[in-house]
Design a binder for this molecule. Sequence first.
Ligand SMILES: Cc1ncc(COP(=O)(O)O)c(C=O)c1O
Length: 395
Amino acid sequence: MLQYDRFDPSACAFPRPRVPALPPLDRRQLGPARAAPPVPRRHFARGRYALGAAYRLTGVGPTRSLLAPAYHCRTMLDPALVLGAEVALYPLTPELHADLDGLRRVVAACRTPPAALLLTHYFGLPREVEAVAAWCREQGIALIEDCSHALPFTGASATRAAMGARGRYAVSSPYKFFPCPDGGWLWAAGGAPLPPASPRGPGVGAELRAALQALRACSRGPRPSLLDAAAAAIDAELTALAVQPAPPGRDWRETSEQPSDEYRPQEQAIRGLAVSRGIERRTDLQALIARRRTRYGQWLQAVDALPGVAPLFPELPEGVAPYMFPLRVFDPAPLFHPLKRMGLPIWRWDDMAVSACAVARAYRQGVFHLPCHQALDDAQMAWMTTLVQAAARRA
Ligand SMILES: Cc1ncc(COP(=O)(O)O)c(C=O)c1O
């Protein structure tokens, strides 16, 4: 049974983020429809349900375990728990590659033989896959590539080969990149069988509601950002916050064999919306990739030589579309609270299963996931980077 380290910020009453963490739809992102990638895929409502299908297909269940990375969000483990499987967490290096020696030790301690290993390409940057794939082949374990943070089937051929081409199965989470309400893809490599079809659609009502929302978002156009990125204004707000103490939030450990509330079994057999697939096909891919890369570069510049923080991945390989900008924060609490109180969108994996991996323990609260998506405007970007700089210098 897994134990989880959890963090509940509800007592902190953080305000709503002033900038969206994922790209909202606006008409500037759309263009002529592209052809679908020439790879057979199955469509789910979210990546987690696509993962569930991959786990089932590879035999994960009561008698066969899943090897999952120690740095994770709960939705990566949930589908294996729903199948009644043991989940064993393998350690990672500080760059979030699989630690192969640690992996061998974890396998030796498994109660049930592993059926599959999940390898995640964190934040959209390819992680080392060749050695892990070779080890999996040797052991008769299915490799599943988690491309939920990546934009598969795009970019240079080297990028395409580096993510989603080596695993028996791969999954992705298109709504993290495209301005669409849902989606989860499953595909196979090397002729592995896919489920005969995608699950059934979500129904006419759901499609109509989603289509209406999309039409409204496109007719409205992008909302102008009213953020004041002047360093003096941000500094004054931080000073005002500093004199009003706020509760720290609740940190605790618990044991559970249940999946998290983020996994809804009633959604696992429902296909993603056709509206989402329409938005994906009409999204201007080249602009999306270029804008994300620019924003990532701006984050790199903004945090360069800033005290107490460092980019987790200081190099962005050519052609890669980053999902978010991961910022390593060495003493997280003094930075997390003022930034969240100011309305900075920060995601963290602070609800995580406990493992022996020191990297996962440090990154659980000490890596902030910051937006770098294509819909950010210059004012939002300037406000976020100036705020992080001001807060880091104070902390
Ligand atoms: C690395 C990773 N894998 C899988 C998932 C599950 O994706 P989805 O939200 O589409 O279910 C997530 C969710 O954030 C994720 O971050």
